[in-house]
Design a protein around this ligand. Structure first.
Ligand code: SF4
Length: 250
């Protein structure tokens, strides 16, 4: 019965947003395939963000949050997956709530778990330094992760964890309305697009994520493991800066 009510609530929600037509993932792909690589300066469209198609989020307390602070307060005790019982701190995200650029990583690491803040460990400090070197101030942007809780021993997020946590990220994006999203590393790209990717083919390129340009580059932790990638990462940041200045800055 609860599922039936959820479906009714969900269909009413869709009707409110889209009218009498039911849009499916396929309908969206027909118009704007999220995996097609293209240069895009299209305006952000909250109606296409996929959290609105998440039947289990609809009607929840957090789903109607109007600000990031409200959203954080409503989800920071989350135990939807096991990571909610093993974390030290919930790591929501940090930065300018009206940021034009949002950086999305994989999941909090040890230091992030201790401090409750994203990208404050060794990789995060490197990211901040390299961003600054090309003219991005960390306070100007917003930084968060696909998962809000640290996986034990920094293991890769499980698909179920991504599935359960991703609606929170999508809600964050809906509230921030960034001009560009930067996916840091393969896990972030794969989780956002629900598909396997090869970083070598995608880095430095812009994909279309529900009409928000999605720029792909390495996760800064990869630079710590393979310092030879640092120059490529810097080249990506420079090209991001150029694209941003030319095409997306308000
Ligand atoms: S990782 Fe996400 S879904 Fe899992 S407990 Fe933490 S906030 Fe909830």
């Amino acid at each position: 019965m609860e599922t039936k009510n959820k479906i009714i609530e969900f269909l009413n929600y869709l009707k409110e947003i889209y009218g009498e037509y039911i849009y499916t993932e396929e309908s969206f792909q027909g118009q704007n395939n999220p995996y097609i690589i293209k240069e895009s300066s299209q305006a952000f469209s909250t109606s296409q963000i996929s959290h609105s198609l998440d039947i289990f989020s609809i009607g929840t307390d957090w789903f109607s949050a109007k600000t990031l602070t409200e959203l954080e307060q409503k989800i920071n005790k989350c135990t939807k997956c096991n990571l909610g019982t093993t974390r030290t701190n919930f790591v929501f995200g940090d930065g300018n709530p009206k940021a034009e650029i949002v950086f999305v990583g994989e999941a909090p690491g040890e230091e992030e778990d201790i401090q409750g803040l994203p990208f404050v460990g060794k990789a995060g400090r490197l990211l901040t330094k390299l961003m600054k070197s090309v003219g991005f101030e960390r306070e100007e942007v917003y930084i968060c992760n696909i998962l809000k809780c640290r996986p034990p021993k920094n293991r890769k997020p499980l698909p179920t964890e991504v599935e359960l946590c991703k609606p929170y990220l999508l809600k964050q994006l809906e509230l921030i309305k960034p001009k560009i999203i930067v996916a840091l590393g393969a896990t972030a790209v794969e989780s956002l697009l629900n598909t396997k990717v090869k970083m070598a083919e995608l880095r430095g390129k812009i994909l279309n994520f529900y009409d928000i340009p999605l720029f792909v580059t390495y996760h800064p932790a990869a630079l710590l493991r393979t310092p030879g990638l640092t120059q490529e990462f810097l080249d990506d940041l420079k090209s991001l800066k150029e694209i941003f200045e030319k095409g997306f800055k308000k």
